[in-house]
Design a protein around this ligand. Sequence first.
Ligand code: ATP
Length: 213
Amino acid sequence: MRPIGIFGGTFDPIHYGHLRTALELKSLLELEKVHLVPCADPPHRTAPMTDAPLRLRMVAAAVAGEPGFVADDRELKRAGVSYTIDTLASFRAELPGRSLCLLLGMDAFLGLPQWHRWRELTELAHIVVAHRPGWSAPSTGTLGDLLRECRAPNVAALAAQLAGLVHVQPVTQLEISSTDLRDSLRAGRDPKFLVPDSVREIIIETECYAESL
Ligand code: ATP
């Protein structure tokens, strides 16, 4: 059975950096599905500009009609702060015999030691780290050790065991971030070709980042 990818994020808004990375990881790791999981109440950052249902709506619009992509609302259904460990536990309860891959950009991976119960993440899933412009893999410290000790020998190993490995995967580098997008929207600039048209339409219709683009 092929692994399931779990790609969490604030997605405020979702953009082609997220989507292209998810697509390449799906293909390179032969994932059966990628669940895009908007974070309802992020513990590690300031509150998102848009509410969770709207961010979920943009994610759903971005992947509508794309086979193998799921806009996953489980963090919106859970009360309290959205911890990834709880999200992985919920996937594990649903899919006890399935390899799970938590998909992260390198910037997110570097912040992992600040995450709630982060050391338990690899008991529930593999961690797959996508290259991201401006960030490189750690060679020292706790994460350097984790990479040395748990590095997957190859991609096939991610399907052969349920959890516990770390894999770093080069992907096409797209220097897009939600922060830059929000700044540019506030400055009145059009996000065309940085986000899917369906997401752009929601941004324009709801005026969630800026009035009258
Ligand atoms: P913000 O600028 O608001 O922090 P972001 O663009 O970094 O947002 P998030 O929703 O915080 O997006 O990120 C979700 C996940 O997607 C993280 O694991 C992050 O590393 C990854 N990611 C974000 N942008 C890219 C990109 N351009 N290429 C590859 N991965 C990305």
